[in-house]
Design a binder for this molecule. Sequence first.
Ligand SMILES: [Mn+2]
Length: 350
Amino acid sequence: MFKKRAKHLLEAISADAILISSPENQQYFSGFTGGEAVLVLQKDKLTLFTDSRYFVQVKEEAPDYTLLDITKTKPTAYLQDFSPETIAFEEDFVSAKAAKLMADALPDSRWLGIDSEIMTQRSIKDETELACIRQAATLADDAFHHILPLLRPGTCERDIALELEWFMRKQGATGASFPIICASGYRSAMPHGVASDKLLENGDFVTLDFGCFYKGYASDMTRTVVLGKADAEQKKIYETVLSAQMAALDCLHAGITGKEADSVARNIIIKTGYGDAFGHSLGHGVGLQIHEQPNLSPRSETVLRPGAVVSVEPGIYIEGFGGVRIEDLVIITENGHENMTHSEKKLLEL
Ligand SMILES: [Mn+2]
């Protein structure tokens, strides 16, 4: 599998060697999860450079790679023997200083940024990856079910976030996939309102946006509930977001662009008069990172392909009043999508 991924990338670009420095891409191309290494991909040779802290781990996780001690041989010194004409590297990840050192060590080589090719390859998930993301999504669903009885007036947002993370980790997640958002009452108008010391109050919208990492892969979901009885405006906002979300899900299939999907949800929100209150894009790709390709945004010309994993998360946010977001995580298929998020979506009045 890892050999196949490396081969695919080598074939997609014309470079004699590819250097992989970021932790996510090291995991993607080799299986190594230690994070501190450099991979060198060459046509018939896969080499992993790291130090003795990781030697045992590399043998376990990345058996397709030849292990070299980075304290004895630097990747650039190793490459000098091959006089590579073109070397590809992650220019979005490598610091300017490190890039200069690399270029100085191999002054005759042409250096090529490779980030977008890698992100395009990573945007289509294979079955092994999908199994991890499904499990990460299931753990998040289970955590939402677990947290519902704890959403009570007087509970602190941070305690809710902590309990969600604790629950997911107890069930096998390695951590939350980003700082958990628990935004209640007026704070729910902040799309990225990370949990604060605020106590939940009766009448509050409570937006929970969270997910976890399972075997390196992220999940992402959002639900918004009301504490007590929802008032008429809360109901109207919630129903608008829900119908936008359902319409966007219905339109998803391989072949449409990110832009088209975004506009389906956005037009519903605009028609209801809340257009200005939906400032962010409809969704984003999810995988080894919480935000990756493809994007479902008004600017995204990317055509969705089968095997892409995206979030679908319209929202309405009104300063001083509150906000609603509903988010599912789905796999794009030839004729539609597979929804990995199964938590209740009708308005819960707790
Ligand atoms: Mn998201």
